[in-house]
Design a protein around this ligand. Structure first.
Ligand SMILES: Cc1ncc(COP(=O)(O)O)c(C=O)c1O
Length: 479
């Protein structure tokens, strides 16, 4: 690894080793943390590396320096409680969310608004320069591919890089089984088409990503929402009951940093889920888009890593972690691999070879781990700050998730608050939020909103969040 990359990884590692116990409450407010000298000795690094780590923690408002006394854990405003396990109806439903979702997403990407509507990281969170360099290297080295037709399931070097990358999730994939796609949502659509027929029932988290519901709507599939805990994810007891009482044809889940709850299943649940779907012969479509953003190794591990029968179809992309503009995703569809590869060919052929080579180059660079760390730390500090703002400025009784990574918060406002009316009131002030009704085929989340925090972050955004709180407060006092 080049020296500057090594130094970057080191200071981020040191910052994380202090930030994690602070966020978990193990290091309490006002507690003294090791001096620069002590920590440098402990990790066998230079004083400069520790100073850089402490500067970053100060910027994140996690620690404060007191002249001549050292560094201390900063005082933090109280945080609101977390939501409870969701409680959706026990029957499957037809889906109708696409018109609202389309309107919200169009506004969320309009630069004229202060937006918390989307889950798209802004350019500064990616290693922009690296992406640019890798892309121009690919053009220089593989000019011929620009004027050639590309056939097959993907560029070999990219499929090998993905297989290597998947080791981080505990998965040993054969590069030949990987199909390169446009995006994670394309991968998921292909999987659903391979294993279901119109009218079939698909079990998923509740609330769930509106894009999943849109796909179900498009394919005329029914959504069976399963109770989901904001920390531990989909309830396996409820899923087992659903297997016994409903004609479930597939499960679609995001075991790590689900969207919108941010839940991450404990490792034992991941193993049990792999066993459950194998016993019933039901395919699990596992979305691992956010696994690289998880703070702990156990949460990075995919359910697929426990799969011995090929029932887990693994889907992902690089849209949230490496470079959304390259538009590359992938799928390893287990026992449905041949069918999915054929469907991909028939529907949209292959991706650009040049961009695939650029992505392979990026994935093989040692600095990629430092990029993930940098993104994780920047976002964790922001999410923590926003939870504090919610505690101060949102109505009494508001609950908010506390995800172990990622950039999405799910906010449960006092019951009776109408998130659609709040969405309209925010819009009138130039602010976009995502109303809870987008994230379910049921009407159970009308009092909830999702905040996406990976976009720009500045004082205008802080002010806008205070306004969202004040508008919600007005609505709850009017009721
Ligand atoms: C869990 C999850 N999967 C997939 C996607 C979409 O990824 P892509 O753009 O690669 O389709 C999102 C985007 O918000 C997401 O949150």
């Amino acid at each position: 690894m080049p020296e500057h990359d090594q130094a970057e990884v080191l200071y981020l590692q040191i910052a994380e080793s202090i930030a994690m116990p602070i966020r978990a409450g193990t290091l309490a407010r006002g507690e003294r943390i090791p001096s620069v000298r002590e920590l440098a000795r402990h990790h066998s690094v230079s004083l400069g590396t520790v100073v850089q780590a402490y500067r970053m923690l100060e910027d994140s408002r996690l620690i404060v320096a007191r002249p001549r006394s050292g560094y201390f854990v900063a005082a933090r405003p109280p945080r609101p409680p977390e939501p409870e396990t969701s409680n959706p109806p026990a029957d499957s439903m037809a889906v109708d969310v696409s018109s609202l979702a389309a309107r919200v997403m169009q506004l969320a990407h309009d630069p004229g608004y202060v937006s918390f509507g989307a889950a798209c990281p802004s350019a500064d969170l990616f290693a922009e320069e690296r992406v640019r360099r890798a892309t121009s290297r690919a053009v220089q080295r593989h000019r011929a591919t620009l004027t050639q037709y590309i056939v097959g399931s993907g560029d070999e070097s990219l499929r090998r890089a993905i297989a290597r990358h998947a080791l981080r999730m505990g998965c040993q994939l054969d590069a030949r089984d990987i199909v390169v796609t446009n995006s994670c949502l394309e991968s998921i659509t292909l999987c659903l088409r391979a294993v279901t027929q119109p009218g079939d029932v698909v079990a998923l988290e509740s609330p769930t990503l509106f894009s999943f519901l849109e796909i179900l709507e498009d394919l005329h599939l029914r959504a069976l929402e399963i109770p989901t805990h904001p920390r531990t994810g989909i309830s396996l007891d409820a899923l087992q009951l659903a297997f016994e009482t409903q004609p479930v044809k597939a499960v679609l889940a995001v075991p790590t940093l689900s969207n919108p709850m941010g839940a991450s299943m404990p490792p034992a649940d991941r193993r049990r889920l792999a066993q459950m779907v194998a016993e019933r012969g039901i395919p699990l479509i596992e979305d691992v888009t956010y696994n690289d953003l998880a703070e702990q190794d156990g949460q990075r591990r995919a359910v697929r890593s426990f799969d011995t029968t090929g029932h887990v179809m693994l889907c992902s992309s690089f849209s949230k972690t490496v470079a959304p503009g390259l538009r590359l995703g992938w799928v390893d569809a287990g026992r449905w691999g041949t069918k999915v590869a054929r469907m991909k060919q028939v529907t949209s052929g292959s991706q650009s070879a040049m961009l695939q080579r650029a992505m392979a180059d990026l994935l093989m660079q040692p600095g990629i781990e430092a990029n993930y760390r940098q993104m994780r730390s920047t976002i964790a500090a922001r999410v923590d700050e926003v939870r504090g703002l919610i505690a101060q400025h949102f109505p009494k009784g508001t609950r908010v998730t506390d995800p172990p990574g990622g950039f999405i918060l799910w906010v449960e406002l006092p019951h009776g608050t109408d998130s659609l009316a709040l969405f309209q009131a925010c819009l009138a002030e130039g602010i976009v939020i995502a109303p809870g009704t987008m994230f379910s085929a049921t009407n159970h989340f009308r009092h909830c909103i999702r905040l996406g925090l990976a976009g720009r972050w500045d004082d205008a955004h802080r002010h806008a969040l205070r306004r969202v709180g004040a508008l919600a407060e007005d609505m709850s006092t009017l009721r």
